[in-house]
Design a protein around this ligand. Structure first.
Ligand code: 5CA
Length: 158
């Protein structure tokens, strides 16, 4: 198990969650790949996205079926929102894009969880690398990530 995955296991354990980490030989870098690997709907995959609210890194935990609305984030954060670049993601979280987990970060980040994730009994999130994931109940993820549950999705035209 890679050191970055071990950090996620330890963070989950410290939060009282005994989540099983699954490491795949194939990529789970994107929500689509992760959904295919675990045999879940793409909506059940958690995208862990870092944005800057002004200068403050914030974390958005977004359903793989949704695009995160920067307008909604700006409203709830009260600051202009832009996507963090790869270096900022690494320094804020301690993980690289494609493996950023929802917990266990280098610093504590204000965190928002997409309410659409609550539709599912089980969801899957990255576990530190682009081929490791873990499953968790959405309410448990909201609790351990200390997340505010909000409407985060760009409205999709059906
Ligand atoms: N392991 C998967 C599923 S659990 C995963 O980590 N998905 S993710 O959505 O959380 O991470 C990929 C996301 O990183 C992309 O949706 C995109 O928003 C973001 N991203 C990809 N490339 C860049 C980049 N160059 N700069 C900033 N963000 C990026």
């Amino acid at each position: 198990m890679k050191a970055s995955v071990v950090r996620v296991v330890e963070a989950l354990n410290a939060l009282g969650v005994e989540a099983e980490i699954i490491e795949f030989s194939q990529s789970t870098r994107t929500a689509e790949e992760a959904a295919a690997a675990v045999g879940a709907q793409v909506g059940q995959i958690v995208k862990s996205l870092v944005f800057l609210a002004g200068d403050q890194p914030v974390l958005a935990l977004v359903s793989g079926a949704n695009q995160a609305s920067t307008a909604k984030l700006a409203q709830v954060c009260g600051a202009p929102i832009r996507r963090a670049d790869a270096d900022t993601v690494r320094s804020a979280t301690g993980f690289s894009i494609g493996g950023v987990p929802p917990v266990g970060h280098a610093q504590s980040l204000p965190t928002y969880l997409d309410r659409d994730l609550l539709r599912f009994a089980t969801i899957w999130a990255a576990a530190g690398t682009p081929n490791a994931v873990f499953s968790i109940a959405p309410h448990d993820l909201a609790r351990i990530a200390n997340a505010e549950v909000i409407d985060l999705a760009v409205e999709q035209s059906a």
